[in-house]
Unconditional design. Sequence first.
Length: 530
Amino acid sequence: MKRLLKITSLILASFFLLTIAGLIILPYVIDLNKYKEIAVKELGRSLNREVSIEDIKLTVLTGIGVELKNLKIKNQPAFSKGDLLTLDGIRFRIKLLPLIKGRIEFNKVIINKPTLLLEKNTKGDWNFSDLSGQDKSEKPAPKTLKKDDKSSFDMLSILLISDLELKNGSVKTNIIKIKDMNIKVKDISIGNPIKIDASWSIDSSMPTKMKMDGTLGPVTAFNINEMPINANLKIKDIDLSSYHSILGLPQDNKMSGKGSSEIKIKGKIGDPLASGKVELDSFVFDYKTGRIQLTDIKIPIDIKKKVVSINELKFRLYEGTSKDNIHLDMNEKEPQTKTKLHFESVQAEPFLKDINLSKVVVSGPLLLDADITAKDTAIAKADGNGFFMIKDGKISGLEIVDKIIELGYLVASKPRKIGKVTEFNELSGHFRMEKGYLKAEDLKLTGKDLSVSAKGYYGLLNNELNFDVAAKVEENNLEFKITGTTDKPKYVLKTKRIQENIIKGVIKKGSEKGKLDEKDVRDILKDILK
């Protein structure tokens, strides 16, 4: 009996060893390269591109299957030279039991080091638009796909793959390069959600790392836009300098900042819902004439039906705080933005210095509330209203204030007490934006010996000025009109009485130094009211 067991064990061991040896030898015995020409021809015909494969071989030890080495698909001739897609290798692991029954089902497909080049020309065509081989002029009749349609086979064929894995991939486009792409897709089947785990980096001086996990499906419809999605997107080490080209910013603009983000995506692929947050330690935007600096930025995001909503966007700027609401509707040809701004305790002097709108220096804490609606980010298409106020501040470099003070003291025939830097108790006003103009009804500047009120408009596109101004310097009243532009303003006194008082003041002031004739008076007034 022992002898029989021993013989049986030897036979089984020999069978096992022979099987292993056979499996090792099998790939060298069976040469699949004789099918390479057929595979290349069929792929080239279906993709409408030149295709090349270096080697096709049978795999056994890593699982029964087929491996294609160094697969290349040429780029469209109208675009740059080179390849649209290259793969170091693609391995198909075949399920053994279905194979015995005469069916080919893949246990796993592994794609190694794919490199994809995506290009778009000035006409809006992509370099992969001809892959189907269908003429663009052909307009196929609409067809509702059913599960038993033969045309649905291509969609269903991928579902004969249980798992799909992509390793060390990269994608290059006109504006961005993605690297270190790794994707795992598990439990691919009809009627059940498909598990996805993916990660990639945006290539830059400091790569932005992204990770997404969740599910796609179940695949109950054959329109990919109707496929359900439920996923989490996490972004680490956000480096905003990487997004310069993505956002289409001019070369002389620079953007920087670091942070992270978490976004929940659900709904349908063709119309997903997204919600989450973006947090940035800092944000600096340098443009041609100035810059903006923000810190401690918290951005809550909701996306629904192509409408991006940011409710209670919070950040700090120039020692103050901001809490804003932004809604961007991308359903129309011209995207529409609705913005509600609230700035509090923002230090006006460094803020205005950075944005570099003018040489005027204003210091003090700024309060701003505004509601603005704009189309296509164009100032000419912006409408809205708001209110601003700066208390207990200083102002210098504003020509109109200097003119008012100088004229006021001339009327009073007194020496000027207020210096070039004017202290004020309040600078405030309500405003409206309308068809490219900034209109104000109640602008005011009040201080100890000075008060100014104004109403009129300023052209945001042409720098046009048109304001009626009433001022009081100590006990002396002035009224005049400002026209022209910010570069060449014109001041016109509104009453002869004020002009006469000014002339008297000039003569009195001049008589202290010596006699003044009429020409001297006119020259002085011309200099003041130029």
